[in-house]
Design a binder for this molecule. Structure first.
Ligand SMILES: Nc1nc2c(ncn2[C@@H]2O[C@H](COP(=O)(O)OP(=O)(O)OP(=O)(O)O)[C@@H](O)[C@H]2O)c(=O)[nH]1
Ligand SMILES: C[C@H](OP(=O)(O)O)C(=O)O
Length: 216
C-alpha cells in the first residue's frame, strides 16, 4: 500500500501561535513529520511526503502546491489507476497526516488492517487524521468536519467504510491543549522537542497541562 504524508512546511501550526514562535512551530511540525515517517517505516512501508514546498527529509518528496484536498485527490486518482492497471485488484493508498505525534506502528497497523473500501481514523474536531482509500471513485474533501463529509462521499459512491477508534491516530496536534497529550503519551522525538522548548507538565490549576516554565 502506498502511504502519503501531506505536509505544508510554510508557516505551519498557526493555531499554536499563542504558545510557540513561528520558528518553534516550524521545528515542531518538522519533528512530528519525522516521527510519523519513522512509525510508517516501522510497519515495513515506505512513506512519501506530499509537500507544498521542496524539502530535505529522509523520504521521497512529491511537491504539489495545490490546496490539501486537490493535492491528495491527485495522488488518490493516480494510485487507484496504477493499482487497477497492475493487478486489477486495488491495494489502495493511505493518507496519514504529519501532525499525528502519538502515532505508533501498532496504531497504523490498525488503520491498514481492515479491508473496507475506505478506512478512516477520525480526529478530535471531526477531522480525518488518517485514511485508506481502495475505491476508484472515492475522493477526499478535507476541512470543516471532514470525517462526516468522507462518510457521505463513501456512501454516495457505494464504498464500504470502516472507522478506526484510536486515541493515538485521533490525536492531531493542533492547539495548545494538545501538547499535554504529547508530553504524556508521545514515544518519538516530539516530546523531547517540547521539553527543549521548556514545556513541562503542571497541575497547579487542578488539571494536568503542558506549561512553559522557562524560555530556552
Ligand atoms: N500537501 C499539503 N499538506 C497540507 C496542506 N495544508 C495542511 N497540510 C498538512 O495536513 C496536515 C493537517 O493540517 P492542519 O492540521 O490544518 O495543519 P496546519 O495547516 O499546519 O495547522 P493550522 O495552521 O493550525 O491549521 C498537516 O500534516 C499539514 O502539514 C496543504 O495545502 N498541502
Ligand atoms: C486536514 C483537516 O484537519 P483539521 O483542520 O481538522 O485539523 C481535516 O482533517 O479535515
Amino acid at each position: 500500500m502506498h502511504v502519503v504524508v501531506p505536509y505544508a512546511p510554510d508557516a505551519p501550526k498557526t493555531r499554536l501561535e499563542p504558545v510557540l514562535s513561528e520558528r518553534e512551530r516550524s521545528r515542531l511540525a518538522r519533528v512530528m513529520l519525522e516521527d510519523v515517517l519513522a512509525a510508517v517505516r516501522e510497519t515495513g512501508r515506505e512513506p512519501t511526503v506530499l509537500s507544498t514546498e521542496p524539502l530535505e527529509v529522509d523520504a521521497p518528496v512529491a511537491v504539489d502546491r495545490r490546496p490539501l484536498t486537490e493535492a491528495v485527490n491527485a495522488v488518490v486518482r493516480s494510485q487507484m489507476r496504477n493499482s487497477a492497471a497492475k493487478s486489477g485488484d486495488a491495494t489502495g493508498v493511505a493518507v496519514v497526516m504529519a501532525d499525528l505525534a502519538l502515532t505508533t506502528p501498532e496504531a497504523l497497523e490498525r488503520l491498514f488492517a481492515p479491508d473496507a473500501d475506505v478506512v478512516i481514523a477520525p480526529g478530535r474536531g471531526v477531522g480525518t487524521n488518517a485514511l485508506v482509500v481502495r475505491h476508484p471513485e472515492f475522493r477526499v474533501d478535507y476541512h470543516g468536519g471532514s470525517y462526516l463529509d468522507h462518510r457521505r462521499i463513501a456512501d454516495d459512491v457505494g464504498a464500504t467504510l470502516e472507522t478506526v477508534d484510536s486515541f493515538r491516530l485521533g490525536t492531531d496536534v493542533d492547539e495548545p491543549g494538545d501538547l499535554v497529550e504529547v508530553l504524556v503519551h508521545g514515544t518519538g522525538r516530539t516530546p523531547s522537542c517540547l521539553r527543549e522548548f521548556g514545556f513541562e507538565l503542571d497541575s497547579t490549576d487542578g488539571r494536568l497541562e503542558a506549561v512553559r516554565s522557562a524560555e530556552p
